[in-house]
Design a binder for this molecule. Sequence first.
Ligand SMILES: [Cu+2]
Length: 402
Amino acid sequence: MDRNRRSFIAGLASLAGVATADRVAAQTVPHVHPSAPPVKTIGVRGASATGVAGVVPVETPDTPPLPFELDGRVKVFRLRAEPVKTEFLPGRKVDAWGFNGTVPGPAIAATEGDRVRIILENHLPEMFAPHWHGLELPIGQDGVPGISQDPIPPGGSHTYEFTLNQNGTFFYHSHMPMQEMMGMIGLFIVHPKVPHQPHVDRDFGLIFQGWDIKPNNTVPNTLAMEFNWLTINGKSGPATTPVVVKRGERVRIRLVNLSMDHHPVHLHGHHFFLTGTEAGRIAGPHVVPENTIIVGVAQARDIEFVASNPGDWMLHCHLPHHMMNQMVSMVGPMHGSGPGTAVPGYPQDMWMPMDELAGAKPELIGLPQGWTGAMMGMMTLVRVVEPDVFDRIEKLRAEASK
Ligand SMILES: [Cu+2]
C-alpha cells in the first residue's frame, strides 16, 4: 500500500463517527409486528452462529436479515408485502413494492431440517401470494393463487408452514409477474445440516434486478422490455456496499437473478467454481474454472473461490447496458465540435466520479479518490484486504450496528 493510500485511510478514520451515523441512518430496521413477542435476530454479519459448526451466516450487503421468533421448535417469520419507498442511489427515489420496508425483502435464513412458519400479511392495494422458489413443498404451501391457494386479499394474511428438506440458495417472490417487476423478491437461504467441504470463511447473497424508470418518474414501468436502472441488493453502483474479505479466505457468493434479462456476472482478479444452483449443491469435485457466469432469470448460482489476490476487484454484470445508471437514448449529432472531438460517435465514455454518492461506509475505507468513476449499474466490489484493514472495517461496522 503506498503512502497516499495510507494517508487516505487515516483521513477516513477520522470520519468514523460520520460513517457510523450515516450507516445507522441508512439502515432500514426490520419491522416487528406490534403483538409479536421479542425476537431472536439472526446475524447478517456473523454476529450469531448458524447453529452448525463450520457453517457461517450469509451476509447480504444493503439488505437486512429477517428476524424470527421461536414457537417451540418452529421458527416463525413475519413478512409484510407492501409499497416501499427506496433509493437506488442517494437522491434517486423509487416507489417500489417489497417486504417489511425493503427492496429486496429481508433475507430469510434457516437450517435444513428446520420447521418454519411464515406469517404473510398483505399490505398491498391488490391481491398477493408469495412463492417459495426452489423449495419442494406440499402443494398447499406453493403460493400460486388459483392453484394452491386463494389469493391473499388486501389487508388479509396467510400462514405458511413447512419443513425444510433441502439446503441451498432459494428465494421468495410474488407469483404475479408485474409485482415481481415492482421488486417483490427476497433471499431464502437454507444452511446444510452437514457443512459442505471445504468450508467457506465468508458467505454472501446478492440479488440482481432490472428496472425501467422514466425520467422524472419514481414508479417502475413494469411493462418495459428495456431497463435503465440495474441494481444489486437494491442499490446501483457506486451505492452498492462492497463485499469485504480477508486475503486467503475461501468465499462463497450466491448470485440470484429475478429480472427480465440473464446476467453474465464477472469477477476480476480470481477464478471461481460453480458449487450450487437454485436446486442446491452440485456434487464435487468442482473442476471447471470460470470468471464469468450467466445467472439466468429465476436462477441462483453459488460460486466459490479462494481470495488469494489482494485488491479491490469488480464484480459486475458484463452486459454493457447493465454497467450504467439512468440510461436514456442519446440525441443530437453524436460528434463534438471542439478540437479533437469532431469524431463520429463522440461522446461514448461514461466516466463520472460520484464518490459523494457512495457515502462514508466502513466498507469503503482505503479506496482511492475517484474510485466511483466507472462504478455504475450492476456493479460492486470484492475487496480482498489484509487482516489489519479487515479488522478495522469490522470494528467500524460493529460500532455502526450498535
Ligand atoms: Cu446484466
